[in-house]
Design a binder for this molecule. Structure first.
Ligand SMILES: NC(=O)c1ccc[n+]([C@@H]2O[C@H](COP(=O)([O-])OP(=O)(O)OC[C@H]3O[C@@H](n4cnc5c(N)ncnc54)[C@H](OP(=O)(O)O)[C@@H]3O)[C@@H](O)[C@H]2O)c1
Length: 250
């Protein structure tokens, strides 16, 4: 299989690359940190995979459009859109520049890359597009307004794309992890409920992809809690959200 993974230099992307590093697979790994990506690539090659690395910033729209065109010259089996950033945990107002950059990385870059890949998948009449979203997309927190908004935009994009591509035999999947140990979450200074190790997270993600789950939120207990809170009347929901985000001293 030819599998493209963005954000493959650390965390979930790195672990996904290593999971798919077998003799049968040809991996295309993309990220900005060259030494980190080369290290991941070397380990994947040692495990038998063929690997191509692309050092690129997904915020560079022209570059991403060109990369998408180049990638679409060859058969594509799976694209995993994993590159993403969070902005920490802050109750303050997000400066517009930070908000714009985060939206560019987590959301707009998706279409810059997929613009040429989608017609290729349609022509092939096969392929999978996997979006790594977040449980934070389902309920917006006062302390991560931009992140939640960018991931909810991703969900909407993925949902529409799924309907658009289904008739061509292309599977579009949205994976919504809770907290998983990674460089991103190691910066967090708050308690992370149901925190999973990277290995646990990747096992769930790769099982969901293999089962072609089009919408996969996990851990399930955390997802149920969120669903429950969303069912409550707004007055009660507001109290819970406020209490869990702005407890004494935070
Ligand atoms: N960890 C969690 O609890 C959690 C929960 C829900 C969803 N997620 C999502 O999972 C995905 C992976 O996150 P992670 O937890 O594995 O964090 P991570 O270790 O920080 O990995 C983020 C990856 O994205 C890449 N990236 C970030 N900005 C980029 C840019 N401008 N251009 C190219 N690549 C870029 C990084 O590579 P370079 O820095 O080398 O470019 C890195 O490989 C993200 O989309 C995140 O929102 C994570």
């Amino acid at each position: 299989m030819r599998i493209i993974i963005t954000g493959a230099s650390s965390g979930l992307g790195e672990a996904l690359a290593l999971h798919y590093a077998t003799k049968e697979n040809q991996l295309v790994l993309l990220a900005r940190r060259e030494d980190r990506l080369n290290d991941v690539a070397a380990r994947c090659i040692a495990m038998g995979a063929k690997v191509e690395t692309i050092i690129a910033d997904v915020n560079n729209v022209d570059l991403m459009q060109n990369i998408g065109k180049q990638l679409a010259n060859t058969h594509i089996d799976r694209v995993i859109l994993n590159a993403g950033v969070s902005m920490g945990h802050s109750g303050g107002v997000t400066p517009f520049e930070d908000f714009h950059r985060l939206f560019q990385t987590n959301f707009l870059s998706l279409h810059a890359l997929l613009e040429s890949i989608i017609p290729k998948l349609i022509a092939q009449k096969s392929g999978e597009v996997v979006f790594i979203s977040s449980l934070a997309s389902l309920i917006s927190m006062p302390t991560s307004v931009a992140y939640s908004a960018s991931k909810r935009a991703m969900n909407a994009y993925a949902e529409g794309l799924r309907y658009q591509l289904k008739p061509y035999g292309i599977d579009v999947m949205t994976i919504l992890p809770g907290f998983i140990d990674s460089e991103m979450t190691r910066k967090n200074r708050f308690k992370m409920p149901f925190l999973l190790s990277t290995e646990q997270g990747v096992k769930r993600i790769t099982n969901a992809i293999a089962a072609k789950k089009y919408f996969y939120p996990f851990p399930f207990r955390f997802y149920l809690m969120i669903r429950f809170v969303l069912l409550l009347p707004h007055s009660l929901r507001d109290k819970i959200i406020y209490f869990t985000n702005f407890k004494k001293g935070s």
